[in-house]
Design a protein around this ligand. Structure first.
Ligand SMILES: [Zn+2]
Length: 209
């Protein structure tokens, strides 16, 4: 899919490792641009009906440009920055756990960003997704079996948490509900980060931002 030369480049070695990996993984260059996406990543994208996440759509583009929601994008930018500013000889991975929920399943997904060091500096970042836990959605959230239209604000907009995918209630900004219908038939929604996800999954980043 992509060409990384010469053979002494540590990115080439990582690329071979990731090709054989069973977990969805990709390789970013030092500017956060996709160099490579492995087969497990492509299988996951196809299984989740996300053609925009196939290698053909990603390679050559910025990882952050595919992260939805300004706040979550800023948090991911901080993670990437933290991985990239490491210096050798040993690399420490940055790990972020977030949610990847479907209409029936609540899934926790870890994103591990590990710098690929070359001459003591980060030449790129290896990114690996791992499924941490999967449970029926009802065990995690109160499920509202209703169409999303009832959650439109006065301007007609929906606001969804880009992490847990819950919708903000138009009459109560503190209330976020999980509507399986939104994930079964996605409609345009403004992307935000709900207070629960911010605290549970991104709280540790406050010191970085
Ligand atoms: Zn959330």
């Amino acid at each position: 899919v992509t060409r990384v030369a010469p053979s002494t480049n540590p990115l080439t070695t990582v690329l071979r490792q990731l090709s054989a990996a069973t977990e969805p993984a990709c390789l970013l260059d030092a500017n956060g641009i996709f160099l490579f996406v492995n087969e497990a990543w492509e299988r996951h994208a196809l299984a989740h009906g996300a053609p925009g996440c196939l290698a053909s759509a990603l390679v050559g583009t910025r990882w952050l440009d595919h992260v939805q929601g300004d706040e979550v994008r800023a948090l991911h930018a901080a993670l990437l920055e933290r991985a990239l500013r490491q210096r050798g000889p040993r690399a420490t991975a940055v790990v972020q756990v977030s949610e990847s929920n479907g209409p029936a399943r609540a899934a926790l997904l870890s994103t591990r960003l590990e710098p690929v060091l070359h001459g003591g500096e980060a030449a790129g970042v290896k990114l690996v997704h791992t499924l941490v836990r999967e449970r029926p959605i009802e065990e995690v959230y109160d499920v509202v079996r209703a169409p999303p239209d009832g959650y439109r604000d006065a301007a007609g907009a929906l606001t969804a948490c880009s992490c847990c995918r819950r919708l903000r209630h138009p009459a109560d900004a503190e209330r976020w509900d999980f509507l399986p219908a939104l994930l079964e038939r996605p409609v345009a929604a403004e992307q935000a980060l709900c207070p629960l996800c911010r605290e549970l999954h991104y709280g540790a980043l406050d010191a970085v931002l």
